[in-house]
Design a protein around this ligand. Structure first.
Ligand code: RM4
Ligand code: MN
Ligand code: MN
Length: 430
């Protein structure tokens, strides 16, 4: 397996930090033992936690106004995989990459799979793209794709999703995520019911092409690029469609795709209850689909979401198997650094949620002790689990301090030499 960061450098960095980590870990072990929690068992759970990285997250994103590319940006999927492997080498919890087509299209998919394999990476859910026109494309998605009034445009959008499934099969993926930009910008522009009927008709054709073990993830979003209405605007429409389509169809929750102040953890609980939670696109936001780094603004909300997820694990909810992915856009940071940070923050929420005294919480819920119930959550949230995360990484061969090791490696500077800027970039979104 090819490692792009010198392992000796990581080991030397780890050596410098080991003594402090061991002391912090031992201290936390005593604190947790007092609560009846075995730190080794929690560390083992942390070690198997995984969150996929979006291939498009390795490039600098952009806003409606501009994109300011960084140095050494990946110019194609092979280089995106290299960056993803650097992240995984250091954090050891991002072993798969979610590709986006046609952005990541290649001529030879077995070559791509081998390249990933060599870097110790697998492919997560495939993302189709019918929210942009591609240069070679005969018909435009200006007025929609899977829900367009024209049958020919719908057929083109369906065909793209079918080719995505084929490419995904070649890559060993088992899910297709469909997010469409379809909607309307003016009241009256679209007939809501007919538009959704057209969506279902298109989605049924895609669904029918799914191999047995595959899932279809329906991703909702309430705005953008359509600003008056979107077709799959919220989890309600998403889950209705998933129920219409069948068992393999589930609702994917992107944290940035909700109205402000929506109780996302409760949506998650509902989807879990009915076996319809596909998984997540983790990110954070202040206003809307800001695609900020995970946990950068609302770590408590992310923790509350993981409370629901760990609760489902604890209760052994049948069929519970959500896919965790990051989906964020980096405008002012080195994307590798942001993805490192986000992976750690998502894992942090998971580990904190493992520390919740669930039986005590159930007891307080049953006896209507609101204060003690909420304090039970806070008691877990307030624990700094950093030593557990660092120890998990160390034991898996990663970095105690991933960002420090990454910066010390000079990776960005070295790829800047190998990947001279072309003025444009195949990665990042604008
Ligand atoms: C969308 C949505 C999708 C992603 C695109 C790039 O807002 O989050 O998941 O495919 O952005
Ligand atoms: Mn998303
Ligand atoms: Mn989004």
């Amino acid at each position: 397996m090819t490692k792009l960061i010198n392992s000796d450098l990581v080991a030397a960095q780890n050596d410098k930090q080991l003594q402090a980590l061991q002391a912090d870990y031992d201290h936390l072990a005593v604190q947790l033992a007092r609560r009846g929690v075995d730190i080794v068992a929690i560390t083992e759970r942390a070690k198997v936690f995984q969150v996929a990285v979006p291939s498009w997250g390795t490039g600098t994103g952009g806003t409606r106004f501009a994109r300011f590319p960084g140095i050494g940006e990946p110019r194609n999927i092979f280089e995106k995989l290299q960056d993803c492997s650097v992240i995984n080498q250091l954090v050891c919890c991002t072993g798969s990459v979610s590709p986006h087509f046609p952005w990541d299209k290649v001529d030879d998919f077995s070559e791509l799979r081998e390249a990933a394999d060599d870097l110790g990476l697998a492919f997560d859910a495939i993302n189709s793209n019918t929210f942009q026109d591609q240069p070679s494309q005969p018909l435009s998605y200006k007025y929609g794709s899977l829900t367009h009034t024209s049958e020919a445009v719908r057929a083109q959008a369906v065909a793209h999703n079918l080719e995505c499934i084929e490419w995904g099969k070649a890559l060993g993926s088992t899910a297709l995520t469909v997010w469409i930009g379809d909607g309307s910008n003016f009241a009256g522009q679209s007939h809501f019911q007919r538009q959704l009927e057209r969506y279902l008709e298109s989605a049924r054709t895609i669904y029918a092409a799914l191999p047995d073990e595959w899932s279809l993830f329906l991703e909702h979003k309430m705005f953008e690029p359509a600003f008056y209405s979107t077709v799959i605007q919220d989890w309600g429409t998403s889950v209705l469609c998933a129920m219409e389509l069948g068992e393999k169809a589930k609702s994917l929750v992107d944290l940035g795709h909700h109205a402000p102040n929506v109780n996302i953890e409760m949506i998650v609980a509902r989807l879990i209850q009915f076996g319809k939670l596909a998984g997540f696109h983790f990110n954070d936001s202040k206003y809307g689909d800001d695609d900020l780094d995970s946990g950068s603004l609302h770590p408590y909300q992310q923790f509350l979401i993981f409370n629901e997820l760990v609760d489902a694990e604890y209760r052994q909810q049948p069929g519970f198997n959500p896919a965790y992915m990051l989906d964020q856009s980096h405008n002012v940071t080195d994307p590798i650094e942001s993805l490192i940070n986000s992976a750690e923050e998502v894992q942090r929420s998971y580990v904190k949620a493992l520390l919740i005294d669930r039986e005590a919480l159930y007891g307080f819920q049953e006896s209507n002790d609101a204060l003690m119930a909420t304090n039970t959550l806070k008691a877990a949230f307030n624990i700094d689990v950093s030593p557990i995360l660092a120890m998990a990484r160390l034991q898996l061969g990663g970095a105690i301090a991933p960002l420090t090791s990454y910066r010390a490696s000079g990776y960005r500077q070295s790829v800047a030499q190998q990947r001279p800027s072309t003025g444009e970039s195949g990665s990042g979104i604008v």
